[in-house]
Write a protein that binds this ligand. Structure first.
Ligand code: AMP
Length: 291
């Protein structure tokens, strides 16, 4: 594995691979790598001949008062894990390298970036879309792999590349979880013991919502109420939002149908937890509710 820190080096490496007929996959991360990131690398490996892992803690996707300064950083450990997991290029640029013109030019993704997680974290998806655009330009991949863990991010990135006519395929890899169901996240390192014990209740509450859908419930607000009630049973979690929405537009439909996302966020102490489930709701499934 080669490590580079400049856009010029990353782009030259990727263009050489492409010129040799090898497809390139990008896995963008903010580092503090865990098994979720490594699973994205394995998906990238299967999709492409050459794999780039980027590690960049992007300042523009953090709001004022958020955890940019204390976000966990361990570049040496990240490098070792990435090499072991089969990355070919480790791209770890500085803020100056990624924002040579400052932050005057930013990518706005409109409504999809303003709802749910975007409403809770104003400006977050503007920062995400901007850095993803920069990383795609820097590494020129055929494919970029993102995690289902951040489902709204996948929707926003797909919207971004479609709107900007970008010839890159966006793959979404399943969420990797701890044994007790908690979705792995670099931010889980912040959790104190009691918070960590409470945290799996978020995934369990979403699973209760999914079970209600499986049992025939089609009203989004009723499904959201099931999730909210399950969350309320864990007093150490403070719910932020719960949403049962269509997976393309992230809007609450009159009745759930087709591909549906159950999104939820909650706080455990100072740490924000985020999770979701993606469901396929068949047209005839509502009959399950009938005797
Ligand atoms: P991050 O470093 O948190 O910005 O995440 C980098 C990429 O890894 C994003 O596409 C995330 O959605 C993905 N990711 C983070 N946690 C997980 C997880 N537990 N399972 C699968 N993918 C994940």
């Amino acid at each position: 594995m080669i490590t580079v820190r400049t856009v010029a080096e990353a782009r030259a490496w990727a263009l050489a691979r492409r010129a040799a007929g090898t497809s390139v996959a990008l896995v963008p991360t903010m580092g503090a790598l865990h098994a979720g990131h490594l699973s994205l690398l394995r998906h990238a490996r299967r999709a492409s001949g050459a794999v780039v892992l980027s590690v960049f803690v992007n300042p523009t996707q953090f709001g004022p008062g958020e955890d940019f300064a204390r976000y966990p950083r361990d570049p040496e450990r990240d490098g070792a894990l990435a090499a072991e997991a089969g990355a070919d290029l480790f791209f770890a640029p500085s803020v100056e390298e990624m924002y040579p013109g400052g932050t005057e030019v930013m990518v706005d993704v409109g409504r999809l970036g303003a709802v749910w997680e975007g409403a809770a974290r104003p400006g977050h998806f503007r920062g995400v879309a901007t850095v993803v655009a920069k990383l795609l330009h820097a590494t020129m991949p055929d494919v970029a792999v993102f995690g289902q863990k951040d489902a709204q991010q996948v929707v926003v990135v797909r919207h971004l590349v479609a709107a900007l006519l970008w010839p890159v395929r966006i793959l979404c890899a399943p969420t990797v979880r701890a044994e007790d169901g908690l979705a792995l996240s670099s931010r889980n390192a912040y959790l104190e013991a009691g918070e960590r014990a409470a945290a799996p209740a978020l995934a369990a509450a979403i699973a209760a919502g999914a079970a209600a859908v499986a049992a025939g419930e089609r009203r989004p607000t009723a499904v959201e109420a099931v999730v909210a009630e399950a969350l309320a049973r864990e007093p150490r979690l403070r719910p932020d939002y719960v949403a049962a929405v269509d997976a393309a537009r992230l809007e609450r439909p009159p009745l759930l149908q087709g591909r549906v996302l159950l999104l939820a966020a909650a706080r455990a102490g100072r740490t924000r937890l985020l999770d979701n489930a993606c469901l396929e709701v068949g047209p005839d499934a509502c009959r399950a509710a009938l005797p």
